[in-house]
Design a protein around this ligand. Structure first.
Ligand code: EPU
Length: 302
């Protein structure tokens, strides 16, 4: 979608929005898949409510794009604009055992920053790609650690009220790869309460997690991490592997040879290829196990 109306573009600019026309989502997602749309970088938190009112009044649909590491975006010209927070120099600070971090910060960068200040507990999250905001929204986790339990407070824009609000960690539900945030909530900043641990000890934990990840996941290929959630008590990767589907593909959308719950873009896969592969594998797992797999990746169709 293109914002071609000059008065609207001028109003957005006055509200601190930096508009990049016709951005290929292949460049903004870890899967390297997605069509084209205008990208609006929201430079000032305080103007977000007004920006949202302007977009609504002018009938411009939008989606919040974070780190792009857990999203599968449709092909072609997209019917919505992508809203994005500035990623250069995101704010990160420490006071006592509390870290305050902008949602646009890189998740791994935040774990490292806290570690250098002798605040740990999040070692398992070190290799999880994406932004802090994305990790909050889905309660990202790995190696027995999830971000949710560390959350003390979240500052967010809530579409339901049209306001910037603060939520206490205790008032947010964090479940396995799921939270009580609304789909149109935009994470802005988070306060995390972290245990004091000497840097050296945290570093040792980080190294172990990095090694485990390197040995089992296709880190050098384009993916969105695990494509499906694990059903209770089961490993989706193992189920797909046991059906001998590693290497199975639709076009360039391919089940990874390394970890069967990672579907990689092995060249120039399109969203349609990835969706067809997802449906096919879901049907095969259902036929073999009677289990309906739920995608972990967020799918944005036009
Ligand atoms: N397995 C296979 N074949 C495969 C993949 C896995 O046999 O192709 C077996 C493994 O050998 C192991 C078991 O399945 O015995 C579980 O595998 P793994 O330890 O890799 O964990 P997972 O359940 O597949 C989950 C998360 C990952 C996270 C790892 C480590 C989900 C959907 N996946 O994977 O998270 O990194 O544990 O904690 O919860 C993600 O969410 O995107 C993600 C990558």
């Amino acid at each position: 979608m293109r914002i071609s109306d000059q008065p609207i573009a001028a109003k957005l600019a006055a509200l601190g929005v930096e508009l990049s026309p016709g951005v290929a989502m292949t460049e903004k997602t870890s899967l390297g898949i997605g069509g084209t749309t205008d990208l609006l970088v929201l430079r000032k938190f305080e103007t977000i409510p007004e920006i949202m009112r302007l977009l609504a009044a002018d009938g411009i649909p939008h989606r919040f794009l974070g780190g792009g590491s857990n999203v599968l975006i449709d092909d072609g010209e997209l019917s919505w604009v992508a809203l994005h927070l500035p990623t250069s120099k995101p704010g990160m600070s420490i006071e006592g055992n509390t870290a305050t971090v902008d949602a646009a910060a890189d998740l791994g960068g935040m774990v490292t920053f806290c570690a250098k200040n002798d605040l740990g507990g999040m070692e398992g999250l070190i290799g999880v790609p994406g932004s802090v905001g994305g990790a909050l929204r889905m309660n990202a986790g790995a190696y027995g650690t999830q971000i949710g339990p560390f959350v003390k407070e979240v500052q967010l824009y809530r579409a339901a009220s049209g306001q910037i609000e603060f939520l206490r960690g205790d008032d947010i539900r964090f479940d396995y790869r799921h939270t009580s945030f609304a789909p149109d909530d935009l994470m802005l900043r988070v306060k995390l309460e972290l245990p004091s641990i000497p840097f050296k000890e945290i570093l040792a934990g980080i190294k172990i997690c990095n090694e485990k990840r390197r040995s089992s996941q296709p880190l050098n290929q384009k993916s969105a991490g695990c494509i499906f959630k694990n059903p209770p008590g089961r490993s989706t990767g193992r189920m797909i592997d046991e059906l001998q589907l590693k290497g199975h593909h639709v076009g360039d959308a391919t089940v990874s040879d390394r970890h069967a719950n990672f579907f990689v873009n092995a060249g120039s896969a399109r969203c349609a290829d990835m969706l067809a592969l997802i449906d096919d594998v879901r049907e095969k797992v259902h036929a073999a196990h009677g289990i309906e797999l739920e995608t972990e990746v967020i799918i944005w169709k036009n």
